[in-house]
Design a binder for this molecule. Structure first.
Ligand SMILES: Nc1ncnc2c1ncn2[C@@H]1O[C@H](COP(=O)(O)OP(=O)(O)OP(=O)(O)O)[C@@H](O)[C@H]1O
Length: 278
């Protein structure tokens, strides 16, 4: 990994906005929004359905191109890059999805190798990265199998290995555990915490599950109607009780079933990255 300037954000969205043209007219996905994610931070985005969470995340690697604003990753404004330079910059921004998005007709090893092949890496480096990344996610013995032979949790681990293959500085995660059962979710969160703590990867994660945010994130942005309406620090898994988010939890409950507990109970220590909190 290259040396990072710890003073500047790993990822900064500056005045980004996005509207969509629909048969009914213009639909606002994200109003002009600022977001800073510090190096080594795990930053969550939470909100109700349609709040603009996925759109905001996809603006961060120009999967959706903003109508306006800047997308700055390690000091480089992606909006100003040529297509070739953008492809290079994207090697440093990994992404994982709710439904894994694996290539079903390729083996696990070939899935992990895919971003490196696209980038024209040589076979020695590809083999070395595939081995390292599959070891990291605990799936070395599955290198030769096809995705259909894997469980959901294993598929998401392969997707994480694929995202890690080009040694990204930032990982974007769009509802990475929403298709998984609670126990698999727990082990996936441990993998993501390891990605952050051991590899120093900054993570921006969308989830509608409060438990995921509490267990994994250092800070959270709360979205409503295409805007960030609240920004909170999560200390030891605690949501500040006077926050809008805690109020919503009291009002609408939590996927885990106990809103009061969700606001008060500390997260397991092993899931909190020491990196960003010292
Ligand atoms: N490609 C698109 N075309 C038209 N409208 C879109 C498109 N993508 C998003 N939108 C609209 O933008 C708004 C925000 O959508 P987005 O998917 O970002 O919300 P979300 O908070 O991620 O919701 P969910 O939790 O249901 O995934 C919604 O009103 C949605 O219908």
């Amino acid at each position: 990994m290259t040396t990072q300037n710890t003073d500047s954000p790993a990822l900064a969205l500056r005045g980004v906005s996005k509207s969509f043209r629909t048969p009914d007219g213009q639909q606002v996905g994200v109003h002009p929004t600022d977001l800073d994610v510090a190096p080594g931070e795990i930053h969550g985005i939470i909100g109700f359905s349609g709040a603009g969470k996925s759109t905001l995340l996809r603006l961060a690697n120009l999967l959706e191109r903003p109508d306006a604003g800047q997308v700055v990753v390690h000091g480089q404004d992606l909006m100003t890059l040529s297509p070739a330079d953008l492809r290079t910059a994207r090697q440093r921004i990994g992404m994982i999805f709710q439904h894994f998005n694996l290539l079903h007709n390729r083996t696990v090893a070939d899935n992990v190798a895919f971003p490196l092949r696209i980038a024209g890496a040589d076979e020695a480096r590809i083999n070395e990265r595939v081995k390292t990344c599959l070891e990291f996610v605990g799936l070395s013995e599955k290198a030769g199998v096809y995705p259909a032979q894997l469980s959901g949790g294993q598929k998401q681990r392969v997707a994480i290995a694929r995202a890690l293959a080009p040694e990204p500085h930032v990982l974007l995660a769009d509802e990475p555990t929403s298709a998984l059962d609670p126990r698999t979710t727990q082990s996936l969160l441990e993998v993501l915490a390891d990605v952050n703590r051991r590899l120093g990867v900054t993570i921006l994660l969308v989830s509608h599950e409060m438990g995921v945010i509490r267990r994994l994130c250092h800070r959270v942005s709360v979205m409503e109607g295409g805007s960030i309406v609240e920004r909170l620090t999560i200390a030891n898994g605690r949501i500040p009780p006077d926050s809008q988010l805690a109020q919503w939890l009291r009002e609408y409950g939590d996927a885990e079933g106990d809103a009061e507990e969700a606001a008060a109970e500390p997260a397991p220590q092993h899931l909190l990255s020491e990196a960003a909190h010292g």
